[in-house]
Every structure is written in structure tokens, then in C-alpha cells.
Ligand binder design. Sequence first.
Ligand code: HH2
Length: 281
Amino acid sequence: MSPQIWKTTRFDLDLSERPLVMGIVNVTPDSFSDGGQHNDPGKAIDFCERLLGEGVDILDLGAESTRPGAPKVSAKEEWLRLEPVLRAALSLGVPVSVDTSKTEVMQRALDLGVDIINDVMALRDAGAEELLASHVAAGICLMHMRGDPATMQQQTGYIDVVAEVRDFLQVRLDRLIGLGVAPERITLDPGYGFAKTVEQNIELQRRQRELLDMGRPLLVGWSRKSTLGALTGRAVDERQSASVGAALATVALGARVVRVHDVAATVDALKVWEAFTRSTG
Ligand code: HH2
């Protein structure tokens, strides 16, 4: 595979060597699967350290839930939750990303030296694109969603979900490149579970390779999502096996970064998958 580098503030991540595991740290009271588990800064920092021991490649800190219908949180509140955890995480020697859609929170995180901005709104907040363009190095993940988490599940009318996700991401990518952002800083995410029905999520995953011709690596989040519940009949806290299966399948279909809650299980599964599928030539 030709080298695919994801440039971030402090690290150039090589995505051609092996798929990377991004561990989810939700510093929220209400995230759909782990809300309230790490919303005390001390607990969240302990959890970051635990994920490091489990082999995580990137820590993704989020302080606002994006589950369907989630209430909006002010930038002040979001930053209050995030700051102590982000400061500690940045000292752990691994790349740290912040999962936020607010320009103000992005600015503060960039000021502290965050490596990656992961935005489920693909930098649609006012000033977000310009902010990232004015930063020399931060990595960026652009995700597909229609509307916002409060309204997205009312916006699932697509003629061709894959083509429409692809067109959206291409427009967002071209805009950033037009503003002077190096393409090597950008990954793209189909946004499984965001403004999509179960059937649309499955079709998008089956045809995921059609997104690869945009030339940027895919970052994918399937962990514990409701489509996996629909496929298995499992409640949200019983979806670890389904999530690991989804991580392997999405890597087999071209993803290079998987965003997961269950880091240890995913790291082990990917080690085996890699060993069995690595080309020896
Ligand atoms: N999914 C969630 C949040 N952020 N970011 C990217 N790039 N891709 C995703 O699929 C994605 C994401 C939702 O999961 P989670 O963080 O566990 O839940 P909540 O938003 O309720 O905190």
C-alpha cells in the first residue's frame, strides 16, 4: 500500500502500516453508551491512562453528546468539562483529538496544542474552516451528517446514500484545501448512525470503498451504535462483539482508523486480522 500519512499537530501518523485505534473518552453525563462514566475529570484521566495500557493509538475526548436528539451544551460548559482532561491527556505521549463542533472550543483546544479536531459537523460552525486553515498543522476529521444531532434522524431521505455522502465529503474537503489546508491533514468519515436509517448505514458500509477515490483515509465509528443493536438484538451495553466485528469489517472495506469504546478487544482483533491478511510479497 502506498504510504498514507495523517499529519497532526505533534505526530505524523502512518496509516499504511496498520489500521489505528482511536479510543473514545466521553466526558459527558449523557453519551448514548457510556454517559456519566467518566464525567469527573479524575475518572476521565484514569480512563485515558487505562486506554494507553490497552494499546490505543489516539485518544478522542468529547464533552457534548451527539446521540440522536441530544440537547446542545454551551461552549462554556463544554470547555469546562474538557479542559482538565485535555491538559492531562496531552502529557501522555499519544495523539489527542477533541470531538467538537464549536469553533470556540476548537480554538481553545488548539491553543493548548491538541493534535486533531474531530468534527461530526465537518467544520460547518461559523469560522471553523478559517480557524483550521490558519493553524499550521492540526489534523482534521470531517464527518458526514445532515442537520445536527437534534434533527438528523428526520433527514434520512436519500436517492443514493453513498453518492450523497461522497458528494458532501468532497465539497467539505475541497473547501478546506481551497483555504490552504494540506490534504495530508484530513481524514474523512461516512458518519455511520448520523442522519441514516439502519438500511442506509448497511448499504453505505457495503459500498464504503466508493469513498476511497477522494484520496483521503477513512476514519470510521461503528462502536455500540444502534444499527449493531438492530443486527444483533443486543442492548447498548452488550454490543462489544458486534462492535469488534464491525471494526474488522470496516477495515477490510478500506477504513484506516476505527473509533471505538472497547479498545483492548479491538486492538487484539486487529492484531490477528493484520497477521492473517498482511501481504508477504
Ligand atoms: N460518533 C459519535 C461521536 N463522534 N466522530 C466521528 N468522527 N465518527 C463517529 O462515528 C462519531 C464521532 C457518537 O458516539 P459516542 O461518542 O460514543 O456517543 P455520544 O455522541 O453520545 O457521546
